[in-house]
Design a protein around this ligand. Structure first.
Ligand code: ZN
Ligand code: ZN
Length: 76
């Protein structure tokens, strides 16, 4: 008997369920410590973490949003 594997090459297929891999660098593994962005709720590894204000965010953008809100009325 033959087993037919579907040869679908899905682009950018996540390496696992949400929360089981870093959504930024797509690393996954049991050794991976995942953090969750309190702003956008993405999961990311420590290598991708952006430390800001004593918290860990997925990006500087989320850190800013978290502490300073979305209304950026800056005019340079
Ligand atoms: Zn985020
Ligand atoms: Zn990562």
């Amino acid at each position: 008997m033959a087993i037919h594997w579907d040869d679908q090459d899905e682009e950018q297929k996540p390496p696992g369920e949400k929360g089981e891999y870093c959504e930024l660098c797509h690393k996954s593994g049991p050794w991976l410590t995942l953090l969750k962005c309190p702003m956008c709720h993405k999961y990311f590894c420590e290598a991708c973490a952006y430390h800001f204000g004593g918290k860990d965010f997925c990006s500087a953008h989320c850190g800013n949003e978290f502490f300073f809100g979305g209304d950026e009325d800056e005019d340079g």
